[in-house]
Ligand binder design. Structure first.
Ligand code: GN1
Ligand code: MG
Length: 360
């Protein structure tokens, strides 16, 4: 069996005696391996359709986690990948699949925050990730998915899809297209500032949803961030923004009733506080731009969902019904609209929290 060979390929403490399916990730296949010494590990088969170059994914994740390991006080505060017996961070099985292994440390994850404290803990985890890597040379990392959060480029591709209109859906969504096109200039601001050097290039996680934070079972405090596959060079505002877009929204990403979708300003404040407390090395410009990060990440995802609807659901191919990606796009548009209404309050909250955190 390939799984068994993969389990034996890594430098585990003891020999593997058990291997069970584990977790419920949508992208990679995950197993829990136990050895005869009682040690436990997580074994994963990397999805090479999503990640075209798993060797680069492992080069990024192993260097970043090795760097983090030297900087955390508790070893559970970063994933720890095991080398194989021949010293690589991946094993390639004869069927052409790529595998990796990391220490199993227990803990749990949440899909939705059950309290403000849960959301605050996730902000601390992503803020710490940012802070601990603030001196890491971000430009040495591979760009795993090129132009991932390059909103300027996302718009170029969106307009191409509108023009091509390959599955003849553009006419029914003219208003949505128009709404997004009217915001193209603002949507490109972050990318332009990054290119101009007004925002620092940092190591970013790029998938900062709450369920990518591991919480300690005993204390419910955040331990570390998981799912490092999309770690790449980018802006801290991507990570902040995506957390807000997902976690401070009052409705699910695919809520069909757009009247239910809004920004919860209280949760926005809770997350901002945790993020700024944990990442004091953010520049003044980054702090000022936090609301824009939330706005642009939401707008960008609306553009991505609507583009995919126009393309015939090729990228976000997991749909439950034909209009699923349109519903997703419209829920993000509703969130963008609500942020526009709350723009002044969002900025006041960031200014107030930044001031409080600096005084501490
Ligand atoms: C995808 O598959 P998942 O849920 O980890 C996407 C994110 C989007 C998200 C929206 C690699 O993430 O960028 O924000 O869907 N990841 C990739 O649900 O495209
Ligand atoms: Mg992911």
């Amino acid at each position: 069996m390939y799984i068994e060979k993969a389990a034996f390929a890594f430098q585990t403490d003891g020999a593997p005696v058990d291997c069970k399916a584990f977790g419920h990730g949508h992208i990679n296949n995950t197993f829990c391996v136990t050895t005869d010494s009682g040690a436990k590990y997580v074994l994963q088969r990397i999805n090479k359709y999503v990640f075209k170059n798993p060797i680069r994914v492992m080069a990024n994740t192993s260097s970043v986690t090795n760097y983090l390991r030297q900087r955390v006080e508790d070893p559970r505060m970063t994933l720890h990948f095991l080398p194989t017996k021949d010293g690589r961070y991946y094993y390639k099985s004869c069927d052409g699949e790529f595998w990796r292994m990391y220490d199993f440390v227990g803990g749990f994850t949440l899909d939705m925050p059950e309290s403000d404290e849960d959301f605050y803990q996730s902000a601390l985890a992503f803020g710490r990730f940012q802070e601990l890597l603030s001196d890491y040379p971000a430009d040495t990392l591979y760009e795993i998915i090129p132009n991932f959060h390059n909103t300027v480029d996302r718009y170029v591709q969106f307009k191409e899809s509108v023009d091509m209109d390959i599955v003849c859906r553009a006419d029914e969504v003219r208003e949505d297209i128009q709404f997004l096109l009217e915001r193209e200039e603002k949507g490109g601001t972050l990318q332009k500032m990054l290119t101009a050097g007004l925002l620092p290039l940092r190591v970013t996680h790029n998938d900062t949803k709450l369920n990518n934070v591991l919480l300690d079972t005993a204390t419910r405090k955040s331990l570390c961030v998981l799912d490092l596959d999309t770690v790449m060079p980018g802006s801290s505002l991507y990570d902040f923004g995506d957390s807000i877009r997902f976690g401070a929204a009052t409705a699910a990403e695919d809520e069909p009733d757009t009247s239910k979708m809004s920004l919860d300003l209280h949760l926005f404040e809770v997350y901002t506080k945790g993020f700024l407390e944990a990442a004091p090395s953010l520049t003044d410009m980054e702090v000022t731009m936090l609301p824009l990060g939330a706005y642009i990440m939401t707008l960008e995802l609306a553009v991505r969902f609507l583009k995919d609807y126009l393309d015939g659901d090729l990228y976000f191919s997991k749909i439950a019904y034909p209009e699923h990606n349109l519903v997703r796009a419209r829920s993000q548009i509703a969130l963008v609209k609500d942020m526009e209404k709350k723009w002044t309050q969002m900025n006041l909250i960031v200014a107030k929290v930044a001031d409080q955190v600096r005084r501490k």
